[in-house]
Design a protein around this ligand. Structure first.
Ligand code: HEC
Length: 136
């Protein structure tokens, strides 16, 4: 899948597929919870974000509902909200687009309090995968 390669894992690498999977999901969780990737690097956005991590705005379980300046309320990122009953359910590509450009699954611009993140392809893939598969 395009956009799904993980840097540093080359053909013939000794890392087993399951090991790679574990590292990737750990990285997604770290970014969501702490705003730092597994190399300890703070994620950044186009404009300085009001909070450093996804969790700081969306809550530890991704349930959202946290009020932010200017009347913005953070979105619920759990499966029932992003996928179930949506006209255009979020998938990985739509989620990655929302995280980087603030365009939602229906093509609407989100409130700019939701940062437009500038992260590596690996970090984007990992955090989007975490949101889609781990927040219940
Ligand atoms: C400064 C607070 C803040 C931070 C930090 C933040 N968000 Fe958001 N996010 C919001 C708000 C507020 C909304 C709702 C915007 C709206 O309603 O238009 C939102 C919406 C979203 C949406 C759209 C959901 C939908 O229903 O369409 C996704 C996906 C999302 N955020 C993912 C993330 C991820 C992943 C991170 C971390 C990389 C993150 N957010 C960090 C505030 C934040």
């Amino acid at each position: 899948m395009v956009g799904c390669q993980r840097g540093g894992v080359t053909a013939g690498s000794s890392a087993s597929p399951s090991r790679v999977q574990t590292v990737a999901s750990d990285n997604g969780r770290l970014i969501f919870q702490t705003g730092r990737n597994r190399d300890g690097k703070q994620i950044v956005a186009a404009e300085p974000p009001l909070r450093p991590s996804c969790e700081a705005c969306h809550g530890a379980n991704g349930a959202g509902g946290i009020h932010r300046p200017g009347g913005a309320v953070s979105a619920d990122l759990r499966h029932d909200a992003l996928v179930v009953g949506q006209k255009h359910p979020y998938n990985l590509a739509l989620l990655e687009r929302a995280v980087t450009t603030g365009v939602d699954n229906d093509g609407q611009l989100l409130n700019p309090v939701m940062p437009h993140w500038r992260v590596s392809q690996r970090d984007l893939h990992d955090v989007a995968t975490y949101v889609l598969t781990r927040l219940k």
